[in-house]
Design a protein around this ligand. Structure first.
Ligand code: NAD
Length: 469
């Protein structure tokens, strides 16, 4: 295949596009490990070549600073590619497993085969990362893929189509741009797997459409991720790390701390330190800071500014509709039943709830939907173990935010309402592979005991089965 491919057209219908991808998959090329590695390298080269375009596109969509775009959108994808290239041979190698006496002489192994043609539906908040990181996993596992970027980040969607279209034949990897109509047209097709990242509402639509074809889904959803700060926590570190995790991309991060649960004895010193950390990062006027992002669109701006009236503002609260700017905001004395605690905030507003008893705070968390992320700040190892063992969440970081997302040795995904399935590193390879069990038996011996007519007394059968399975 040529390095530069000319086919940038989208004149094929989604039906013919999927059919072309299936035909290509059946050619068997993607099964070869050498081919897969080559595709990953081509993707890496294309991203490196298109870096300036990608950065500019994300900047236009979300007003984000260059260094942040590079690290969170491009850097993580390049790390995924490097990790996959380093480990792919070992991930894909058939694994020998034991064979019970009953099946001897014989051998058993697990072979990893690609699923076929997969669909990746991406959201707008990290519009490059969340489209391309799943693609890395899909290619590593030997699939063909169609990516549907979010129409709400149109510049990145176009940049993605250009970067991918520049190196891949559409029968191998294709970007289908568009909104609801295009996504629904894609969802009518039969795919071998769908990885969807977005909200739970659309996740349900995707899952229902997939059910018609019995297509397995990975749903990377969101939710209200709690951030608990105990009285013994290192408050300086906690404040800095919480402010970073919350206000990165103006809070439009699926694993951002959604609300702060702080022991009442340290609420004031902690919030004072968070205010200072905000000022240190973005200055006295975050609007003038080159390092502070904007809200994606007018609709989300309206939704978010509507949440600010929920309680006394500790800091922030200012907004500018035209600039889609909302200041980093902390809201005090929030109650569990307040409107701001109903849905994921997905913006730069941090409600503060004080607690006196950690067990009660944990009970409150347990009574709600399982979150995508959970953060706990404390130096006490017994308390750390208590929280990580008892509370369920897609992932947990102790004494920092977002670290569970960054370590490619860890599977990333939700649980319960925050999603199903996982990717990143090997988990991504596994998601897009079928672990196929293969048993090879010797042709000899072939005792007649297993065949009808059954003449062996049951007691003997039981004895043999118990000892040989
Ligand atoms: P969304 O659910 O609105 O949209 C995601 C995708 O679905 C887009 O590509 C969009 O075109 C498509 N879509 C929209 N309406 C559709 C419909 N009716 N039928 C079919 N497809 C449709 O999500 P969003 O607003 O882009 O992202 C925000 C949500 O995503 C938040 O809840 C956030 O927590 C979650 N999220 C999760 C992760 C994760 O990795 N778990 C990452 C980022 C965002």
């Amino acid at each position: 295949m040529n390095e530069i491919v000319k086919d940038l057209t989208t004149d094929d219908t989604v039906t013919t596009l999927v059919e072309r991808q299936r035909t290509f998959f059946r050619s068997g090329s993607t099964r070869e490990l050498g081919f897969r590695k080559e595709q990953l390298k081509r993707l890496r080269n294309a991203i490196t070549r298109g870096e300036a375009d990608i950065i500019e596109a994300v900047r236009q969509d979300l007003g984000r600073p260059t260094s942040e775009i590079w690290t969170t959108e491009i850097g993580i994808v390049l790390a995924e590619i490097k990790h996959a290239l380093r480990h792919l041979s070992s991930w894909a190698r058939p694994k020998r497993v034991g064979t019970p006496l009953l099946l001897q002489p014989g051998s058993s192994r697990i072979e990893y085969e690609p699923l076929g043609t997969v669909l990746i539906i991406a959201p707008w908040n990290y519009p490059f990362l969340l489209a391309v990181a799943p693609l890395v996993a899909a290619l590593a596992a030997g699939n063909t893929a169609i990516i549907k970027p979010s129409e709400q980040a149109p510049h990145t969607s176009a940049a993605l189509a250009k970067v991918i279209g520049g190196v891949f034949e559409r029968e191998q990897v294709a970007v289908v741009e568009g909104g609801v109509e295009e996504t629904q047209a894609l969802l009518e097709q039969r795919f071998d797997h769908i990885l969807f990242t977005g909200g739970g509402g659309i996740g349900r639509i995707v899952m229902a459409a997939a059910a018609k074809h019995l297509t397995p889904v990975t749903l990377e959803l969101g939710g209200k991720s709690p951030c608990i700060v105990e009285k013994d926590a290192d408050l300086d570190r906690a404040a800095r790390r919480i402010a970073w995790g919350k206000f990165l991309n103006a809070g439009q991060t699926c694993v951002a701390p959604d609300y702060l649960l702080v022991h009442s004895s340290v609420k004031q010193p902690l919030t004072e330190r968070i205010v200072k950390a905000i000022e240190k990062s973005f200055g006295k006027d975050p609007k003038a800071s080159k390092d502070y992002s904007r809200i994606i669109n007018a609709q989300h701006f309206k939704r978010l500014t509507g949440l600010i009236g929920n309680g006394p503002v500790i800091t922030g609260g200012e907004s500018d509709e035209e600039a889609r700017y909302i200041a980093p905001t902390l809201i005090d004395n929030v109650g569990w039943d307040d409107a701001i605690m109903a849905d994921e905030i997905f913006g730069p507003i941090l409600p503060v709830i004080a607690y006196d008893d950690l067990d009660e705070a944990m009970e409150k968390i347990e009574s709600r939907d399982k979150p995508l992320a959970l953060y706990f700040f404390s130096k006490d190892r017994t308390l750390q173990a208590k929280v990580t063992e008892r509370l369920s969440a897609g992932g947990i970081t102790v004494n920092d935010t977002m670290a569970q997302f960054i370590n490619l040795q860890l599977p990333f995904g939700g649980v319960g309402a925050s999603g199903m399935g996982a990717y990143h590193g090997k988990a991504g390879f596994d998601t897009f592979s079928h672990a196929k069990p293969v048993v090879t038996r010797s042709t000899w011996p072939d005792p007649s005991v297993k065949y009808p007519p059954y003449r062996t007394p049951l007691a003997i059968l039981k004895w043999v089965t118990r000892r040989s399975m």
